[in-house]
Design a binder for this molecule. Structure first.
Ligand code: ZN
Length: 267
């Protein structure tokens, strides 16, 4: 796993490992995504951020506008949604830190250019008004709802036919995680829920969410998909679920864990 640590952040150096991005895409060679300094040529438009240490080596993420030659550009999703949790954590963090660096080049309050990063933490402090600019992390809730031995699944209007998932959404300003879960389920499928239970969380770097997962029980109402948002939704018996999300995502983990719970209660 990537060690985050709180020591001073080094500058890029020859013994470090490098993750290379071309805008939001990851540069790879035969699925390899960690490179040494000799593997690429730093360019004037390259932006680098220190990410932490992996097995004692400093790791940096570098973003190019014009990518160096000899690399394949791959989407983050296809690289991280594998059973390898180290790859997930390293690329998630690198991608989020690089997004912060690119998206905070000017102070949001007074417009002053933000040239320097803090040397011990990931923040840029405005030299004019002192406002701190941290990586943005957006909390989202995701919930698996059961009704007896059935699980709720929904298909977003943008998802291909046959691809179902859990109900999920962004937490609103001033809202608790629990309130967000109740509201999202009500808004998206028109039912009420009870007995919320925390399951786990997962960083979701598309571009900077933290997904917070819950189990819940159906309480009342008819499943009514929200027009323009949910194409279809319903309860499926745990042994006859349709195409469920990738098991490396928290959505897939939620469904599998809930399925397991219901089965062990039935046996
Ligand atoms: Zn400022």
């Amino acid at each position: 796993m990537l060690e985050i640590g709180s020591h001073p952040h080094p500058k890029p150096h020859k013994e470090a490992l490098y993750i290379l991005l071309s805008n939001h895409l990851v540069l790879t060679q035969q699925q390899r995504y960690l490179f040494s300094f000799e593997d690429f040529h730093p360019t004037a438009d390259m932006r680098s951020v220190y990410c932490g240490q992996l097995e004692g080596k400093d790791v940096f993420v570098c973003r190019f506008r014009q990518p160096p030659k000899g690399f394949t550009e791959q989407g983050l999703r296809e690289l991280i949604l594998t059973p390898d949790e180290t790859t997930y954590s390293v690329l998630s963090r690198a991608h989020q830190l690089s997004t912060w660096d690119v998206d905070h080049q000017f102070c949001g309050r007074c417009g002053t250019p933000l040239k320097d990063k803090h040397d011990k933490e990931h923040t840029k402090i405005c030299p004019r008004c002192n406002l701190r600019h941290y990586p943005r992390i957006s909390p989202c809730v995701i919930v698996s709802v059961r009704k007896g031995n059935q699980l709720l699944l929904a298909r977003n209007v943008n998802a291909p036919v046959g691809h179902f998932s859990n109900i999920a959404g962004f937490v609103e300003a001033g809202e608790s995680l629990e309130q967000a879960v109740v509201r999202e389920v009500q808004e998206e499928v028109g039912i009420t829920i009870r007995n919320l239970e925390y399951m786990g969380s997962q960083p979701w770097s598309f571009p900077h969410q933290i997904m917070v997962g819950f189990f819940a029980e159906y309480a009342s109402g008819e499943v009514t998909p929200a027009v323009g948002e949910i194409a279809e939704a319903g309860f499926w018996p745990v042994d006859e679920l349709p195409n469920i999300p990738n098991p490396a995502s928290i959505s897939g983990k939620l469904v599998l864990a809930h399925q397991e719970r219901i089965r062990s209660n039935l046996s």
